[in-house]
Design a protein around this ligand. Sequence first.
Ligand code: KG4
Ligand code: ZN
Length: 362
Amino acid sequence: MLILSIETSCDETAMALLNISQSKSKIQYRVLSESVASQIKLHRRYGGVVPNLASREHAKNFPIILKQTLKTSYPPISFKNLDLIAATIGPGLLPSLLIGVNGAKTLSWFLNKPLAGVNHLTGHLFSFLLNEEFQTSEGYSFDLSKQKDVFPAIGLIVSGGHTTLVKLSGFSKIKMLGETRDDAAGECLDKCARLLNLGYPGGPIIAKLAKNNPKITKVKFPRPMANSDNYDFSFSGLKTAVLYFVQSLTEQEKKELLPQMCYEIQEAVVDVLIIKALKAAREYSAKSLVLGGGVTANNRLREKIMLAAQREHLQLFLPPIKYATDNATIMALPAYLRYHKVSQKILINNWKKLDAKANITI
Ligand code: KG4
Ligand code: ZN
């Protein structure tokens, strides 16, 4: 099945072409081409994503990225060979989503090709399938008998917009366990970085500065809701604690304590994520932990969760860093898993009714 996937939920205009097929024993997938136009430089000066500017950039980049994705495909493909067009319908910023969804609808109508809507969170959730452990000389292959080692799994999606914990009983059986009540983990890192005048996006900058810190630190920040008896998260209290602490410092102290603050912010976020994921893994007798989303690019999170998983005898599935942040390649996988058996007739007519939905959950 040749899939063109389109992702415009936030500040990346991304498209990819994947060939995905399935036999009784495995799913095989190959990335033929992938392109991303990032808007980080544009939004940096505002300290975060400005939705209307993002939308304008997506509109500008859409045809450019489409042309580039087709042009760089190996082997070359033509539009007429497409089996499915997949577009992220949400959650995300509505002005951004609308560009991708409307572009996909137009292509579907004009080319008379089936159209599938993808939930952005499922893209992050199944991004682990692109890990190099599944790589072959032909692309990637997931041995379906391996499902018994993976499921039930606890899935944790940690990005700039979401902190969502789910139970996965199979590729299409996803149950929401909890999510953030206020800021997402990545959003908290971005906001803390803004408080510290470090720029955008905050996650990678905080991670870099945290590295220079001796691991003993005088700075201590809270781990909000770490021990609450549910699976929800809350990160706004951490941001407020950082704000009050920064306000109590002289300029000199701010400079001196910067690496320690970054270290402790990162530790607080990582600790809460791991405590909650492990609690869920124990309660649901999970066999594995599955992580996805921009914050999983964080090396400290990767390092700490790897140790925790070993300790608890859980398998750990992470996306490669390249596929942690937003891209279209990861969106093609859930599109395939959900729609490869759905009637062409329904999907061909989908362009008439598919809509962007900013606030859907998983
Ligand atoms: O998944 P993503 O690209 O977009 C959303 O769906 O939101 O995630 C972006 C988030 C940002 O908040 C960014 O600060 C964070 O991921 N991020 C990181 C790292 N790289 C990106 N956070 C911590 N450490 C990183 N290395
Ligand atoms: Zn994302």
